[in-house]
Design a protein around this ligand. Structure first.
Ligand code: 13P
Ligand code: SF4
Length: 305
């Protein structure tokens, strides 16, 4: 990759008064260009406090939509609109209606990895970084959580006083589904001194082997404060790049080298450049849907404090 395009991106960011928000799974070159890097909670929080005219979002489409919903007066761009998290399409409006009518007294909490339409029908949103805090503060005892069943199972263990109902029948991340207990056991035998950090999207049988279960930025915080020198990282491979660049003195072992989110990797240096050059692709959410979805996201931010 020529250094020219990197300089052009930096120049365009200044000319357009744009800020580049980057999710932890993005490739190292994009992480280096980012003005702010984070997990989906930190990125949502950040979008509330931005002075720039334009937000360019290097991450999954649902993250850019969240930024647009929370910040309707800003122009939010995504370099590739095909960066669609498949899990975000595992919970439909039809299913939301069905479960709402089946459980009229329950709160409905949806993962941020959902469409704007689904968020608009939820009582509250959650992310992997704030789910336990948010759910434990809800008034209702019964809480429907979707679409990620593994995240729901993790929350149930952390907040036993609530009755968590995972929905719909199928909801998972294909990247985190690749991890299995034998991968982790084998790595543990080879690196007995390593601390095992697992994302809550991994299967409960894998979560069981974790020293700590946390969001992507939660893993960075844990690695920073832990006395361990070595970590087995059970999430998408991009986070390993962030960990290595932030903590070069420590060692990070990816649990699987094929844990790659193809959708997030659709953002490239080239389409990032094109995005800034042509101010594309502008996220537009119909105002009625955005208004309702904003309610669910703002309730989440409020309870995360
Ligand atoms: P984080 O919020 O932990 O970064 O997770 C987002 C995600 O899509 C995980 O696959
Ligand atoms: Fe979606 Fe999984 Fe990619 Fe995260 S890693 S954006 S949950 S497909």
């Amino acid at each position: 990759m020529s250094t020219n395009i990197i300089d052009e991106i930096k120049l365009l960011k200044t000319e357009r008064n744009a800020i580049l928000l980057v999710h932890n799974y993005q490739e190292p070159k994009i992480q280096e260009l980012g003005d702010f890097l984070g997990d989906s909670f930190e990125l949502a929080w950040k979008t509330k406090n931005i002075d720039n005219d334009i937000i360019v979002f290097a991450g999954a489409l649902f993250m850019a939509e969240t930024a647009a919903i929370l910040n309707p007066e800003k122009k939010v761009l995504i370099p590739s609109p095909s960066a669609k998290c498949p899990m975000a399409h595992m919970l439909s409006v039809k299913e939301m209606k069905h479960y709402r009518s089946q459980y009229p007294n329950a709160a409905i909490a949806v993962y941020v990895n959902t469409t704007a339409e689904t968020k608009a029908m939820a009582d509250i949103c959650i992310t992997s970084g704030n789910a336990v805090k948010v759910i434990s503060k809800l008034d209702q005892k019964q809480v429907l959580i979707g679409p990620d069943r593994n995240l729901a199972s993790y929350i149930q263990k952390q907040v036993p006083e609530k009755e968590i109902i995972p929905f719909p029948e199928v909801g998972h991340c294909y990247v985190h589904r690749k991890f299995n207990p034998s991968d982790i056991q084998n790595l543990k035998l080879r690196h007995p001194d390593a601390e095992i950090l697992v994302h809550p999207e991994a299967d409960p049988s894998v979560q069981k082997l974790a020293h700590k279960i946390c969001s992507t930025s939660g893993m960075l915080k844990e690695a920073r404060k832990s006395n361990s020198e070595k970590f087995i990282i059970v999430t998408e491979i991009g986070l390993v790049d962030r960990l290595r660049s932030n903590l070069p003195m420590k060692s990070f072992i990816p649990a699987r080298n094929d844990a790659i989110c193809i959708q997030q990797k659709k953002i490239t240096i080239y389409n990032l450049y094109m995005s800034l050059l042509h101010e594309q692709y502008h996220i537009r959410i119909p105002s009625k849907i955005a208004g309702k979805a904003r309610g669910a996201l703002e309730r989440m931010l409020e309870l995360s404090k």
